[in-house]
Design a protein around this ligand. Structure first.
Ligand code: GLC
Length: 565
C-alpha cells in the first residue's frame, strides 16, 4: 500500500508536444498568505511581514511559484484589512515598508514571486479623503470621490435607495454634518467602515494608477483585485426589485456588479502592467454568473487571470466536475487566458470540511460550516487537490490547506471578528473559521505561530498539534508531503502545468479519467465505493492508500491517482 510519491515520471518525453516556455503565470501555483494568521514575529498574536519573511524557505520547499498576500496596508481592520486607510503604507501591526521591501527581495532570491492585494472598490472610512469628506461637510470636494446622496423622506431620514450591504443591513449610512445635524448618506456595499469609491470621479482613477505604480516600482509581480466586478454602479443608483437577493454573485440583476463599464478600468491598468518588465500580472476576484462573463475580465487587453469560483462551488460529483472543468477551459480558451483552479481562500469554508457538506448551490462566501468526519473530509480534500493540480492552468492554494487543516467550526461568537457575522446576527459571516493561525510546531498553542507562551488572535484547536508543519514534515503519507510531492511532480513534468491539453477517457460512472499529453493520466474516484479498473500505467502519486500490485487496481472511494501512461 502506498500513498506517497512513487517515482518521478520516467516515460519518454515527446519534446515536440511540449510547448515553448509560456509566461510564468499561465501555469503558476500561487499560495495565498493571510498575513494576520501566517506567522507572528513579535508575539502580539497577529502575524506580520517579518514572520512571513522568516517562513519563505518553507514555501520554497513546498514548491510554490508565487505568493499572494492579503492586505497588510494601514487599516483600522474593520474587515481584516480590506478597509484600507493608506494604500502606500504598511500597517504598524504588520511591519514597515522596509519589511515589505525586504520580503519582496527575499522572495525573489528564492525564486518566489509576490502578488499583493489591491482594494479599489472601497476604502476605509479612515482614509484621508473620506475623513475630509465628513469633516469638511456637504461642500467638501472630497464627497465627489465617494457616493454621497441626500436621503429620501420628508427629512431625508430614509436611505437614498433600497440597496443592501453584502454584510447585512442597508448599504447606506447617514452622516452627521459638522454642525451636529443629520446630513447626507454614503454608500457602502460592505461594512459602513468601507465607503465605496465613485469611479466616475477622475481623481479616483488617477489615484489607483499611481498606487499600482507605487507597488510595481517596489518590485511586486502583480495584484489580486478585490471585488473586481464592483466599482462601476448603474447610472442614477436605481432601486432594485425587493425580491433580489443581494449577493456577490448577483451580477446581472444587481446594479453594482459586473457592469460593462468596469472593463475600461482594466484596460488602462493592463497598459501600466505591460510597461514593467517581467510579466507583472493581475488576477480578478470577479464573481459573475457565467464563465463567459468571468472571461470578459481576462481578454487579452485586460487582466491576466480570474478566480474560478464556479469550480470552487461545484459539488463532488463526476458529471458536475467534468462539466465545470470543460466549461472553464472553453470560456478561458476563447479569450486566450489560462483557467484557474482553487478550492479554498480566506472567505470560504476550508475545503477539507466544505467538500463533505451538502451543496445547495448557494453562494459559498461566508457560509455557515457544519462539523464533518475529519478523516473523511481530509480524504476527499486530498483527492480534490490532486485533481486540481492536474488541470491545465494556474492553481491557487490557501495557507494551511497543505496541512489538511479543517475549518474551525466551533469558534465562540465573542472571538469572531468577521464584520458580517455581527451585522447579520450570526446568520452569515462565518469566515473566521478558515482564518485561524497556522500551527508550525510544538505541543502547545500557539504552536509556533508566534513565540512560545504567546497568543493568537483566534484560538487554535488542541488537535492542531498533530497537524503542525513540524508534525507532518518528513512523515510519509502526511498531507504536507503529499502537497510537496505533487508540486514537485507538477514542476518537473511538462505534461502537467504548462501542458495545455486535457482529454477525457471513457470510464465507469463516478470515475473521472483524463489524460494530459504526452504521458500523464489522472483518475479520480468520486463515488463512495471502490472502483476496479485495469492498471493504466505506472502510478506516480496517490491521494490515499492504494494497493498497486497486479493487473488491476482498485481505486478506493474519494481517491485520486496520477499515472505515467
Ligand atoms: C472580498 C474579500 C473579502 C472582503 C470583501 C470586501 O470579497 O475577499 O475578504 O471582505 O472583498 O473587501
Amino acid at each position: 500500500m502506498t500513498d506517497q510519491l512513487i517515482s518521478l515520471p520516467t516515460a519518454e518525453r515527446d519534446d515536440a508536444a511540449v510547448a515553448a516556455p509560456s509566461p510564468w503565470w499561465r501555469d503558476a501555483v500561487i499560495y495565498q498568505i493571510y498575513p494576520r494568521s501566517f506567522a507572528d514575529s513579535d508575539g502580539d498574536g497577529i502575524g506580520d511581514l517579518p514572520g512571513i519573511r522568516s517562513r519563505l524557505p518553507y514555501l520554497r520547499e513546498l514548491g510554490v511559484d508565487a505568493v499572494w498576500l492579503s492586505p497588510f496596508y494601514a487599516s483600522p481592520q474593520a474587515d481584516a484589512g480590506y478597509d484600507v486607510a493608506d494604500y502606500r503604507m504598511v500597517d504598524p501591526m504588520f511591519g514597515t515598508l522596509d519589511d515589505a521591501r525586504g520580503l519582496i527581495g527575499d522572495a525573489h532570491d528564492l525564486g518566489i514571486r509576490v502578488i499583493v492585494d489591491l482594494v479599489p472598490n472601497h476604502s476605509s472610512d479612515q482614509h484621508e479623503w473620506f475623513r475630509r469628506a465628513i469633516t469638511e461637510g456637504p461642500g467638501s470636494p472630497h464627497r465627489g470621490r465617494y457616493h454621497f446622496r441626500a436621503g429620501q423622506g420628508e427629512h431625508g431620514e430614509l436611505p437614498p435607495n433600497n440597496w443592501k450591504s453584502i454584510f447585512g443591513g442597508p448599504a447606506w449610512t447617514r452622516t452627521t454634518d459638522p454642525d451636529g445635524t443629520p446630513g447626507d448618506w454614503y454608500l457602502h456595499l460592505f461594512a459602513p467602515e468601507q465607503p465605496d469609491f465613485n469611479w466616475e470621479h477622475p481623481a479616483v482613477a488617477d489615484e489607483f494608477r499611481t498606487i499600482l505604480r507605487f507597488w510595481l516600482d517596489l518590485g511586486v509581480d502583480g495584484f489580486r483585485i478585490d471585488v473586481a466586478h464592483g466599482m462601476v454602479k448603474a447610472e442614477g443608483l436605481p432601486d432594485v426589485d425587493d425580491s433580489v437577493e443581494w449577493h456577490l454573485l448577483d451580477a446581472g440583476v444587481n446594479p453594482c456588479f459586473d457592469r460593462d463599464g468596469v472593463h475600461e478600468i482594466y484596460r488602462s491598468w493592463r497598459r501600466i502592467l505591460d510597461e514593467y518588465p517581467g510579466e507583472r500580472i493581475a488576477v480578478a476576484e470577479a464573481w459573475a454568473p457565467t464563465h463567459e462573463r468571468v472571461a470578459n475580465y481576462v481578454r487579452p487587453d485586460e487582466l491576466h487571470q480570474a478566480f474560478n469560483f464556479s469550480y470552487l462551488g461545484t459539488e463532488w460529483d463526476a458529471t458536475a466536475q467534468r462539466k465545470v472543468i470543460d466549461d472553464s477551459l472553453e470560456a478561458m480558451g476563447k479569450v486566450g487566458a489560462p483557467a484557474t483552479w482553487t478550492l479554498s481562500n480566506h472567505d470560504v469554508v476550508r475545503h477539507t470540511t466544505r467538500m463533505l457538506q451538502p451543496n445547495d448551490g448557494d453562494e459559498v462566501a461566508g457560509r455557515r460550516p457544519i462539523d464533518v468526519d475529519p478523516a473523511a473530509g481530509l480524504r476527499r480534500a486530498r483527492a480534490a487537490t490532486l485533481l486540481l493540480l492536474a488541470l491545465p492552468g494556474s492553481a491557487y492554494l490557501y495557507q494551511g490547506e497543505e496541512l489538511g487543516l479543517p475549518e474551525v467550526v466551533d469558534l465562540p461568537p465573542e472571538v469572531r471578528q468577521d464584520p458580517a457575522f455581527h451585522r447579520a446576527n450570526g446568520q452569515d459571516g462565518y469566515r473566521d473559521g478558515c482564518r485561524v493561525p497556522i500551527p508550525w510546531g510544538g505541543d502547545e498553542a500557539p504552536y509556533g505561530f508566534g513565540p512560545a507562551g504567546g497568543r493568537s488572535w483566534l484560538p487554535q484547536p488542541d488537535s492542531w498539534a498533530q497537524l503542525s508543519v513540524a508534525a507532518q514534515q518528513g512523515r510519509p503519507g502526511s498531507t504536507l508531503e503529499l502537497y510537496r510531492a505533487a508540486l514537485a511532480l507538477r514542476r518537473s513534468d511538462p505534461a502537467l502545468g504548462s501542458g495545455k491539453n486535457l482529454t477525457w477517457r471513457e470510464a465507469p460512472e463516478g470515475l473521472l479519467v483524463f489524460d494530459r499529453t504526452p504521458h500523464f493520466r489522472c483518475t479520480v474516484n468520486m463515488t463512495a465505493e471502490p472502483i476496479r479498473i485495469a492498471m493504466p500505467g505506472k502510478a506516480l502519486l496517490t491521494s490515499g492508500p492504494v494497493e498497486l500490485d497486479g493487473a488491476e487496481v482498485e481505486i478506493p472511494a474519494d481517491t485520486t491517482i496520477w499515472w505515467a501512461v
